[in-house]
Design a protein around this ligand. Sequence first.
Ligand SMILES: *Cc1c(COP(=O)(O)O)cnc(C)c1O
Length: 394
Amino acid sequence: MTQSFHPPVRTLMGPGPSDVNPRILEAMSRPTIGHLDPMFVQMMDEMKGLLRYAFQTDYDLAMPVSAPGSAGMETCFVNLVEPGDKVIVCQNGVFGGRMKENVERCGATPVMVEDEWGRAVDVHKVEDALKANPDAKILAFVHAETSTGAMSDAKALAELARRHDCLTIVDTVTSLGGCELKVGEWGLDAVYSGTQKCLSCVPGLSPVTFSERALEVVKNRRHKVQSWFLDLNLVLGYWGSGGKRAYHHTAPVNTLYALHEALVLLQEEGIENAWTRHRKHHEALKAGFEAMGLNFVVPEGERLPQLNAVTIPEGVEDAAVRTRLLTEYNLEIGAGLGALAGKVWRVGLMGFACNRTNVLTCLGAMDAVLSDMGAKIDAGRAVEAAMACYRGQD
Ligand SMILES: *Cc1c(COP(=O)(O)O)cnc(C)c1O
């Protein structure tokens, strides 16, 4: 007979999922109730308020799509983009490429603004593209590019878009909860995120928020949204405010308890404190990597604190190192994606996983494994460098 599945306890320091706070797992195991139960509906209303806090916005539409981050991405594109539209898409890593794919599948034309993998989106190039394409309807970009660890200037990009009468679609899957993100103040229009990165919740939901401006566009479409499941005009019959809650699909009840708890945790900590915490532990991890002689992919000033991509030292076998970290230390770090596959490691410091113990454990483990495999690193220094950094912060 097949036995129950009992996963090992790992430390998750890759590109997501990140370590889940036990309070969230406990919340998830509470009794399942109906998704139209008055108590559940009350929880949904609280959730919308908590999401507005996390996104730092007062937009009326703030809700979780019942599927992972990729479904949030698709929700933004299929609802805003119509056949024949022109969309400026910034690509500086894997996820910009998926945006392009989304635009094409909506029957629209993507205008690509490409930047080197590992760099932020170049605001000047975007301005040129907006000038050259006055008929563009939307500017789409990734705030925190998880494939490289680069952070782009969402505020400046949104300002530019507004000046050129464009809406923005912004990927905040990795930025939400991990670094400064002010959806309302920056005037972002259609924003999607994920639960398993810096919110440290279980995977499977995608918080989204839409500005009034963006919602107007959705309501005045010429064509029906091609996806029935993601059509906001229908989904809002369940999640929207004011109306009666109508059945659209069965909400993932217990996963929503988990997100509610994750957002309560964020509120308890205070969002600015969460941003500061990510910055602080990133500084210590950086001190350790630099002492070890590992180089960051992204130039200083464009780096995400929550996703640290470092170049794999020459002669070291990527997969062998990651396997040893997993089997000997129960530690997961991320491999390179796309153009960076085999060239970099991506070390996440996301949400609950972003703490001193993990920073020191990861540096100690990588130092030991790399030394043992004969890699050319400055061995035995990383942990002390991180501790010195922490001493300086106190
Ligand atoms: C993880 C991620 C996604 C996709 O989220 P899933 O939950 O894996 O579907 C999209 N964009 C970025 C920037 C991500 O890091």
